[in-house]
Design a protein. Structure first.
Lengths: 386, 171
């Protein structure tokens, strides 16, 4: 069925795959901005955006009204506004870096996706084949390395804006990003100590991490979120800080910094920052799910293979690679979206930290905690896997 | 393809490295340094040394150049006016050129690339376990020395920047 695709030049294949993934991430990022407003409204017990509607949809008797209350047309209204608004360029900025900064924000956010696998299927021999753009052997390092380049967008935007508040925001942003990267990296190390068991070739790939969460037995089927709760917690907190989400959004705290490094931006350039932030959130949530949430396994102690076997009793086509692939992607995306809901939930629950609190938590709480965590698991894993 | 990529990345690296030296604006120089590091990472990828490539990106491009840029911006350096060449610069140029010639000639006459076991080379670069095993056995001393050096630098920074008793410390 798809033979023609595999006859294309590898570069064209890669481009097609990349475009396909971007075409999924972009709408999700847009939908997230909508969901954010709806979740906020729900948590604060108000209707939220429910006005915008396309005229000819309003003519549909019952369904049109439903869509209007759901607020999905606000996504189009927002997008349209961002595209058609005047793209102003303030006179006092460094033009080159001012225009470069939103692009630099977007590129790492979308490039990290290449290293993140998002599904799997079984070939005829029952071997697991992961679905992803680039099945890198050092997947985790690649994600860390590329996402750490995102800091330049904040630095450049703040500096090129040539005004006080954006500059303060960018100083905060870069300090925060660099500080929390440390505990984030240390928090994932126990996971990779565990999956690099003696006798296996060394790797940092996500495929191996998920494979270790889908084995039979009590320890084998356990998601790493249960096995290493402290690691998962530190990673999650650092993820909130890395994506500049509440309660760590001192970077763009309106009350003392106007609007952070994107104060001087408007229209589409601001939109790029916005989409980059959501893409970071989506990729970060995906990585969290892969590392601590079982990847594409539907439930703890129930691996994808088991689930497919169960489904096979009902559906005749359950073992077809296409079905398994789509199922695993659906499970993975579902979990990732649940994580994004968690992001929004936290945003409307916790108050913002002060900047000195952010630094104190990062260096005096999270870092020692993650080092202690690493030491504990290093010893425990050495004893268990001996 | 591999050849083309090598030439592309090599040209990119050298051109941006020249940009670091030539640009008068310190921010431009730092950005050129960043691009140059990305080019070197690309060369490492072409050599199948993915681990090195991404470590380079993570440590140098992701953190160190960011700090450079940070400091350049905080100090708000004006574009440096060119001071022309003095006697000292000429001495430095001659010294640097001499060192370069000595280094290159030593490499050409006495250097030899180990082509004995090509199967081993990519294995060390790609398999993270073998790589770390080498780090903790064969190369343990250099790693320890480097770590000690960094520790000393860190202590130095703390001593220099900490406000000692008597000064009004705001926490």
């Amino acid at each position: 069925m798809f033979d023609f695709f595999f006859q294309l030049h590898p570069v064209i294949q890669g481009l097609a795959k990349g475009l396909a993934v971007i075409m999924v991430i972009f709408p999700i990022a847009g939908a997230c901005s909508m969901a954010e407003r709806k979740v906020a409204a729900w948590i604060q017990d108000r209707p939220g955006p429910n006005r915008a509607i396309v005229p000819w949809v309003a003519w549909i008797p019952f369904f049109g009204k439903f869509l209007q209350r759901l607020g999905i047309f606000h996504v189009m209204a927002d997008g349209g506004k961002m595209l058609f608004k005047e793209d102003s360029l303030p006179g006092h900025v460094n033009k080159f870096y001012f225009i470069l900064a939103p692009i630099v924000a977007m590129i790492p956010a979308l490039t990290t996706v290449t290293a993140v696998p998002f599904g799997a299927y079984f070939d005829s021999a029952g071997k697991v084949i992961t679905l992803g753009l680039a099945p890198l052997d050092i997947g985790m390092l690649a994600v860390f390395a590329v996402s750490s380049l995102g800091v330049y967008s904040a630095i450049l935007a703040g500096w090129a804006s040539n005004s006080k508040y954006p500059f303060l925001g960018s100083v905060r942003a870069s300090a925060q990003l660099i500080s929390y990267e440390l505990s984030m990296t240390l928090a994932v190390l126990p996971v990779f100590l565990w999956v690099n068991a003696p006798g296996l070739p060394g790797t940092m790939s996500f495929g191996r991490v998920v494979e270790f969460q889908s084995q039979p037995g009590f320890l084998g089927g356990m998601w790493f979120g249960f096995m290493m709760p402290l690691s998962a917690f530190i990673f999650l907190v650092a993820l909130f800080a890395e994506t500049n989400r509440q309660p760590f959004d001192t970077v763009e705290s309106e009350s003392d910094l106007v609007g952070s490094f994107h104060t001087e931006y408007g229209a589409f350039k601001w939109g790029l920052f916005f989409v980059a932030e959501y893409s970071h959130m989506i990729v970060g949530s995906g990585v969290f799910i892969l590392l601590f949430g079982g990847g594409w396994n539907p439930l703890p102690w129930v691996s994808l293979a088991t689930a497919v076997d169960w489904l096979g009793a009902i559906l005749p086509f359950a073992h077809a690679p296409l079905f398994v692939g789509v199922l695993s992607i659906a499970i993975f995306l579902g979990k990732t979206l649940a994580m994004i809901f968690l992001f929004m939930w936290v945003r409307w629950t916790l108050p913002r930290f002060r900047y000195d609190q952010v630094m104190k938590i990062g260096w005096q709480k999270m870092l020692p905690l993650s080092i202690a965590n690493l030491l504990f698991y290093a010893i425990a894993i050495a004893v268990i896997q001996k | 393809m591999a050849n083309f990529l090598f030439y592309a990345f090599a040209f990119f690296t050298v051109a941006t490295a020249a940009g670091v030296v030539a640009s008068k604006n310190a921010v431009n120089a730092a950005m050129c340094l960043l691009l140059s590091l990305v080019g070197v990472a690309g060369l490492f990828v072409a050599l199948n040394a993915y681990l090195l490539a991404f470590l380079l990106l993570l440590v140098y491009a992701g953190a160190i150049v960011a700090l450079f840029l940070f400091i350049v911006m905080l100090l708000d350096m004006k574009e440096t006016e060119s001071r022309g060449f003095g006697k000292l610069s000429f001495a430095a140029i001659i010294l640097a050129a001499g060192l370069l010639v000595t280094g290159l000639s030593t490499l050409v006459t006495r250097g030899h690339l180990d082509t004995g076991n090509p199967a081993l080379t990519p294995a060390l670069g790609t398999d993270i376990k073998l790589y770390s095993y080498q780090l903790f056995t064969t190369y343990l001393l250099p790693v320890q020395v480097m770590g000690f050096l960094l520790l000393i630098a860190m202590l130095g920074v703390i001593v220099l920047s900490k406000r000692w008793e008597g000064s009004d410390d705001v926490t």
